[in-house]
Design a protein around this ligand. Structure first.
Ligand code: FES
Length: 181
């Protein structure tokens, strides 16, 4: 006849108690290891996102008169363990009397020179081959060597007072806006 083990057997109870303490002890010892690994690898988790918007200036710095003003775009970059800032380009921002903010890349789409805004002529002028553009960025002369308007950029006013731009360069010499990668 088969004998069933006595559930009150002290040896059996000890076996399960020891097994449970080994499992619980293992889980507890993993907690500081996982926490330490997270701290060690934290910079790797915080890499800057490509195509993210960058804060350019405050809304107060842009009078609502529709006149373009030039601002540098300075991005914060995070590599494995360092955080640094560096200029990545520049934009012309305009704020209309109605409060609409627009952004244009300062790079001429013809061959990549930087355009200047000439307030007396209410026009952008490219010093390299004389392309001219209206304040909204449109080509103003049919004989302009630039095949397209100045490149508009996504702009957002956050919290009603901070201007953020999704900065992007586009390939020169094309009629279409082709993002540089
Ligand atoms: S680069 Fe601007 S007109 Fe040629």
């Amino acid at each position: 006849m088969q004998q069933h083990p006595d559930p009150k057997d002290p040896a059996r109870r000890n076996f399960f108690a020891e097994g449970a303490s080994v499992v619980i002890g293992g889980v507890i010892s993993l907690v500081p290891v996982v926490a330490g690994a997270r701290v060690l690898l934290d910079p790797l988790r915080r890499k800057s996102k490509a195509g993210a918007a960058t804060r350019v200036t405050s809304l107060d710095a842009l009078p609502p008169d529709g006149v373009p003003r030039k601002f540098p775009v300075i991005a914060t970059r995070t590599d494995a363990w360092n955080k640094s800032t560096a200029p990545i380009g520049a934009v012309y921002l305009r704020r209309s009397p109605e409060g609409v903010v627009t952004a244009l890349n300062v790079v001429c789409p013809h061959a990549g020179c930087f355009v200047d805004y000439v307030a007396e002529k209410s026009s952008y002028l490219c010093p390299c081959h004389n392309s001219t553009f209206k304040p909204d960025g449109a080509v103003s002369d049919a004989k302009s060597p630039s095949a397209r308007a100045l490149d508009s950029l996504e702009v957002e006013v956050r919290g009603g007072k901070e201007i953020w731009v999704k900065f992007q360069n586009f390939r020169a010499g094309h009629a279409e806006k082709i993002p540089c990668t």
